[in-house]
Design a protein around this ligand. Sequence first.
Ligand SMILES: Cc1cc2nc3c(=O)[nH]c(=O)nc-3n(C[C@H](O)[C@H](O)[C@H](O)COP(=O)(O)OP(=O)(O)OC[C@H]3O[C@@H](n4cnc5c(N)ncnc54)[C@H](O)[C@@H]3O)c2cc1C
Length: 495
Amino acid sequence: MTDTIRTDVAIVGGGLAGLTAAVALRDSGLSTLVVEEDSILGGRARSWIDEKTGDPVHIGPHIFLSEYPNMRKLLGLLGTEDRLVWQRGRFIFMVDGRSEIEFRMARLPAPFQFIPSLLADPAIRHRDLASNVPVSLFALRLTEHDIERLDNVNASAVLRSLGVTERFIQRFWAFTSMAIMNVPLELCSAGALFRFYRRLIGHTRYDVGFPDGGLGDLFAPQAKALIERSGGRIMLGARVVTFTGDATRATGLELADGRRVEARFCIAALPPSALRRIARPEWLPGPVFRDLVRFQPCPYVSTYLWFDRKLTRRQFWARVHDPNDLNCDFYDLSNINRGWESRPSLITTNCIFCERAAGMSDEQIVQGTVRELSEYLPEAARAKLVHWVVNRIPMAIHCPFPGTEQRRPTLRPGPKNLLLAGDWIRTRLPSSMESACMAGWQAAEAVLADLGRPASLAVPHKDIDGVAGLLYRTTRWAPVPHLPGWVRATGRIAA
Ligand SMILES: Cc1cc2nc3c(=O)[nH]c(=O)nc-3n(C[C@H](O)[C@H](O)[C@H](O)COP(=O)(O)OP(=O)(O)OC[C@H]3O[C@@H](n4cnc5c(N)ncnc54)[C@H](O)[C@@H]3O)c2cc1C
């Protein structure tokens, strides 16, 4: 097959970033074509129907935050925002064996909203909590410039230099690094972690939510329908092998079946490794492309367990951090999906940065997961497991290792008419669904700007508020107080 398809905008990748970009351009008068190699849309947020039970299964459980304005804008347009199930007020439920610690956002201005929950945690002494005050003040005052400088060092070294106690590091920071940044604390960029922490304690109120049903069902069919209704096209099962063009510009795509796409603009809505595979060889020595190998994938294993009985009424909980654990976070979909309240438990879990599961068989992963589950819910050991699924996911997000944050590219990587989207580009957000959607809106803005039709599509994130915001606004011009002495001594943060 050698026919040529012509379009104004060719979008490679039908994940959240690519679909958002296509939806954003739907009324622009430009023709769009989304090329997706998988047989279903949604990428790392896709879901499908489990053959045995007929239940929707996502690639792995995901959470939403109410502060996901770009994703919520997409869902609003698609008419599915009401299919998010929110757990109001509660942030996370931690379990330590059978004991439970509830992290709620108290009705206090930021950054004090988590303090009552931390004070109620029996494993944290007042001295531990007090040791976290300097790092909190430090984080709240960070500018983007400071965050880039802190990207060179690992978070655990900075926390220790700032005097945080070992107990607080293990209880709070090691968990946050693994659960949110998806890497162990010793391997996490201090800049990436502190940027997240600044937002976490800097917002007075946000909620955690889940999809009601299949994650992909929240956006993939609706986005497809909207794009096609506006004259756009979506090709599934179509793999791009390379961009066409030359050293200085992109002119289109070449597909694995020999077809070619000619396009005025190409949007690569892909993870870094996939972009590298299809980049033209002349582009690879360039500043953005040569850094692509630095974005290492964080692998996950997500396990689904169908039990014969109800094990809990909880929706979502996480184990306190232990490096020897298999799973981090647990969800009972029978308590999340609307109308499933009377069903037996369908538990799903995430094993994050899951090198430790690489040598395990699926059966061993299921056994290990049931064992961990029954430490909190002993009934799980007695219940019958009716069915299970283990999803091995090569990449959930890229690992925010030191040095990665400053290499996240802007959406213009160099070659003319080529734009980047995807969760990993420089959105100043952790790689996430929100970052992917923001990147999609921004890529569409860039296309329109190049045509002399500037538009404002991406939703900027609100800055921190409450006392935290006041502190930032009144003191941000002063230099950050004390960058840890050893950091200055080793010169690893250049002033
Ligand atoms: C198990 C798991 C749990 C997660 N938990 C959360 C969470 O709780 N909250 C959160 O916000 N985020 C979470 N994430 C991250 C989130 O899913 C991603 O950040 C987001 O979906 C990335 O979207 P994207 O469009 O940037 O990339 P992708 O979804 O990867 O889209 C890229 C698309 O490009 C396609 N493609 C690749 N190469 C080619 C080619 N050569 N030709 C054609 N098509 C190609 C791929 O098939 C894919 O569909 C999680 C991810 C996983 C896997």
